[in-house]
Every structure is written in structure tokens, then in C-alpha cells.
Design a protein around this ligand. Structure first.
Ligand code: PXP
Length: 252
């Protein structure tokens, strides 16, 4: 019987389109146009991180994108810190997915996975009651995975940053890369055994996306900075198409 290639969902994170727009405080490049272009190019979802300091995505961006995507079958994945303010915004806008992340004001980007404790249960219950699916952005760490299973969330997004850094600095197959890689493979095995969705994101480029796509059970990747960087050279649509090809090659 012919095997079908799994379709790994590609969530395109457009935060840095807003970063460039905000550098001038005006309307160009338009985030709405970037959303449309990403969808045309084959994004399976749009991811936006409404940070507490609003350094890139603004409240109006999230509201407009939620309304735009509600007319299509494309999920909005709202990345957010676990704060009262963010939970209130999410339960009002009801994006199909939220990804709960840790946030520190001084960081350049999300630096590490969430500390998963029972303190998250109340926020998770409110989001779930609003019919919002939840993923937790966590390190590939057995204790965090165990807590995530106990919380009953839909998925975890494994922080691929440490692996991607090892891949870039020491090379594919190097001891450090292999060490980080095996943690991700073990996380995938935990997810498969506990009926937990397995997502991945942070720092991915074509080669790392191609490699991680080979892990059985990977349902979704979320990729932003690299795609917006590539857009400078090839355009956003072409960068997304190349990423789609890399994922499909790796999933075969
Ligand atoms: N997933 C999460 C939870 C993130 O915080 C980020 C960064 O905003 C990404 C994915 C995308 O990472 P990158 O921009 O490095 O592709």
C-alpha cells in the first residue's frame, strides 16, 4: 500500500513584519498584506505574539488578523504570556489556538521554555472553556513534558532554539547537536505515548526544518525570523514555498 507523506502544518510567525513597520511608526509594510501573501504561499496558520510591551504586534493587529482569518479556515495561533491581561484578550478574541510562553521584558526573543506548574491550571481552564486549544512552549525536558501531560493541554511546542544553535555552531551530527537532537526525539516519543500534540519552533531554517520534519508525529512548526529574513532576498511568498518544500522533503 502506498504511504502518504504526513502534512506538517506550517505556522508562519509574522511578528517581525510588524517590527519593520514599527521602525517607522507608519503603515508599511502592511501586516494584513503579509497575512494574505502568507496564506497564498501555503501557510497553514498565522502565529502572532502579543507581547506585554507591544514591541511588535499591536492589539489592533491581532484583532484585525483574527477577523481576517475567521473568514478562512486558517487558524490564528496567539502566543502569549500567562497574565490576566493576555488571558482576557484571548478569551475575548477566541483564536483557535494559543501558545503559552514565558516572557521577560529585557529579552530579545523568547529565551527558554515555560516553567510548567499547576499554577497554569486556572489560565488553561479559562482558555479551554472559551474553546481555545492550548499549546505550551517548553524545553525538551522530561519533567516539563510530564507536567504538560498532567495539565491536559492539547499540545506542547518544543523549544528548538538550543538544537538549532548547536546545528549552526557545531554542525549536523556533532556531539552537541546530537545531544540536543535526542532530547527532541525523546520529547516526540513522550507526546506520542501521552496523546499530546507535538509542535516545534524557534530558530528553524530550511535545513533544520527538513531534519525535524522526519520525526514521526510532528504536527506543526512555527517559524518567523528566518522567513522574514529570507523575504529580503526572495520575497515572503517564495521563502514560505521553500520552507514548505523543505518540510515535505523531510517528512517523506
Ligand atoms: N514559537 C514560539 C513559542 C516563539 O516564541 C517564537 C519566537 O517568537 C517562534 C516559535 C518563532 O521563532 P523564530 O522567529 O525563531 O522562527
Amino acid at each position: 500500500m502506498a504511504m502518504t507523506t504526513p502534512h506538517i502544518r506550517l505556522g508562519v510567525n509574522l511578528d517581525h513584519v510588524a517590527t519593520i513597520r514599527n521602525a517607522r511608526g507608519e503603515g508599511h509594510p502592511s501586516l494584513a498584506d503579509a497575512v494574505d501573501l502568507a496564506l497564498e504561499a501555503g501557510a497553514d496558520g498565522i502565529t502572532m505574539h502579543l507581547r506585554e510591551d507591544r514591541r511588535h504586534i499591536l492589539d489592533a493587529d491581532l484583532e484585525e488578523t483574527a477577523a481576517r482569518l475567521a473568514d478562512t479556515n486558517t487558524p490564528l495561533n496567539m502566543e502569549m504570556a500567562v497574565t490576566e491581561e493576555m488571558v482576557a484578550i484571548a478569551t475575548r478574541l477566541r483564536p483557535p489556538w494559543t501558545c503559552l510562553v514565558p516572557e521577560r521584558r529585557a529579552e530579545l526573543t523568547t529565551e527558554q521554555g515555560l516553567q510548567v506548574t499547576t499554577a497554569l491550571s486556572a489560565a488553561c481552564a479559562r482558555l479551554a472553556a472559551a474553546d481555545i486549544k492550548i499549546s505550551l512552549f517548553i524545553d525538551a525536558d522530561p519533567a516539563a513534558l510530564e507536567m504538560a501531560s498532567q495539565l491536559g493541554v492539547n499540545a506542547v511546542e518544543i523549544h528548538t532554539g538550543p538544537w538549532c544553535r548547536a546545528f549552526a555552531a557545531d554542525g549536523d551530527g556533532s556531539p552537541r547537536e546530537q545531544d540536543e537532537w535526542h532530547k527532541i526525539v525523546a520529547a516526540a516519543e513522550h507526546c506520542a505515548a501521552h496523546d499530546l500534540g507535538f509542535h516545534a519552533g524557534h530558530g528553524l531554517h530550511y535545513d533544520t526544518a527538513r531534519k525535524i520534519a522526519g520525526i514521526k508525529g510532528l504536527a506543526e512548526v512555527n517559524i518567523g525570523h528566518f522567513l522574514v529574513g529570507e523575504a529580503i532576498f526572495y520575497g515572503l511568498g517564495e521563502a514560505i514555498r521553500r520552507m514548505r518544500t523543505a518540510l515535505d522533503e523531510g517528512a517523506r
